[in-house]
Design a protein around this ligand. Sequence first.
Ligand code: SF4
Length: 261
Amino acid sequence: MEPMIGSRHRLPPSDREPVRVGAVSPLTISEWPGRVCAIIFCQGCAWRCRYCDKPELVSVREPARLGWQRTLAMLEARRRVANNVVLGGGEPLVQRNLFSAVMQLRERDFQVGLHTAGIFPERLEKVLPWLQWVALDIKALEEDYLATTRVSGSGRKAMASLERMLASAVPSECRTTVHWQLMDEDRLIRLADRLAAMGVRDYAIQLARTRGNLDPGLENRPAPVNTEALWKEIGARFRRFTVRETTRPASREVNQGFAVP
Ligand code: SF4
């Protein structure tokens, strides 16, 4: 059961800027399946995925582009249209005070979702009870992670996060971003097998953008010939299976969605 939000959770003034906001998209239907929501793109990430399509959000040194209080004011102004807020990025959990951000949103009666790559399993565990939904990006078989994230040990972290997410009662989606230079059919089927065996029920494939990636050396490899058969084979392992043509909006579009009240 979800914990109660009470006065003991009121935050000290020092937590009034809990995250660095890189951008905000105030209204979207594509970031939380079935819900109209706003999304806050937190600045900074600890990994350097070659296919990352928002390179401007990766640096942890980049200053905030929008203050937290102003972000909250913008969300409040639109809450009749979107009472759901997704914390995305970048990697939201790279922000040490993300818990405070979640609490401030919950205190204002927003429903809160999280996009994460599972980089910080312990931080994820701390915020999980306060969330209404989580989307966890599982990028590859654990042993293949380094080729995508360029960070050793990243697969172990992601799997530890997946275990915590599945052990919680929070509705969740597991998703894999596929770039055909970094993934092949055999590996994708083996990954789907592994995820299904771990207890994943809702799974999505997101086809990576092939322009504007963090690694400009990635080639635009064509998809395998019979992807429909591949999706059918993978989808049979899950209760719900979705294929999305692209990941989140490209950086240019993120900035177009950036709104200031
Ligand atoms: S794809 Fe996600 S986890 Fe990877 S570098 Fe980009 S923001 Fe970080």
